[in-house]
Design a protein around this ligand. Structure first.
Ligand SMILES: Cc1cc2nc3c(=O)[nH]c(=O)nc-3n(C[C@H](O)[C@H](O)[C@H](O)COP(=O)(O)O)c2cc1C
Length: 223
């Protein structure tokens, strides 16, 4: 969108012309699913591909401080459902990801940037220019470390939600779970925050349409 454009119901109006595209349609048509086809599965390759797409999302200093646990076997689903408010998508959807953000730790940065240097995108002598400010930002700041873990998990999950929609699959982000029990049951590391559960799979009929949103005028300050 450029200056002089306005957005109405997701349609960008520029010089009086209505503009949209397939990606905007995908974003606008997503809604949370409740009812899934319990017989529909996703292959491990399809699950890997969803996570690969999710990890194309941006992260602070390219730390990529996330991990995804794909709960897709009947046995693992049976372990998760009772500690996730008994929510039906966990057993009905093909897969539920435990989306974990890892507490921000600047010491991982050289390793995470090595492939960027290798690819010729970043000169090697620039790595400390990222690591040093990151250390200043996060070291000894547990709240910031945790905020970053949550941002990272949320942004990765968001990319997966829209990827799922674009493939005609439903998705359910969920905070309705027992954080401590999930961490224990699925052996999360000390530095891992279970940011949300995200079910993905083929839907069955009965899901609500997307709910109306607050008006843009109520949520946007143009300054
Ligand atoms: C962080 C987060 C947590 C959520 N937790 C749950 C949940 O535990 N169970 C559920 O059925 N829906 C959950 N939702 C879905 C919201 O209720 C839903 O996004 C909201 O009502 C708007 O509906 P829509 O996504 O269909 O437009 C969650 C959504 C988000 C973003």
């Amino acid at each position: 969108m450029t200056n002089g454009s306005t957005m109405t119901n997701g349609r960008t109006m520029t010089s009086g012309r209505t503009m949209t595209n397939a990606i905007i349609e995908c974003i606008l048509s997503r809604r949370t699913s409740k009812y899934y086809d319990p017989a529909a599965t996703l292959s491990d390759d399809q699950i890997r591909e969803l996570v690969r797409i999710g990890t194309s999302a941006p992260t602070s200093f390219h730390m990529q401080n996330w991990r995804f646990i794909a709960v897709r076997s009947p046995e693992a689903k049976a372990r998760l459902r009772p500690i996730a408010w008994n929510q039906p998508p966990i057993t009905d959807a093909a897969v539920t990801f435990i989306v974990c953000g890892q507490l921000a730790d600047s010491s991982v940065i050289p390793e995470r940037l090595a492939p960027v240097v290798e690819a010729g995108i970043m000169p090697e002598n620039m790595v400390p220019d990222w690591e040093i400010p990151a250390r200043g930002l996060y070291f000894d700041h547990p709240q910031r470390q945790r905020d970053e873990a949550v941002r990272t998990g949320a942004i990765g999950a968001t990319a997966m939600i829209y990827a799922a929609r674009s493939l005609g699959l439903g998705s359910t982000p969920m905070i309705g779970f027992d954080v401590e029990a999930v961490a224990r049951e699925f052996a999360l590391a000390e530095d891992e925050v279970p940011v949300m559960l995200l079910s993905v799979g083929a839907e069955r009929p009965g899901n609500w349409p997307q709910k109306p949103r607050r008006p843009v005028a109520d949520v946007l300050d143009l300054v």
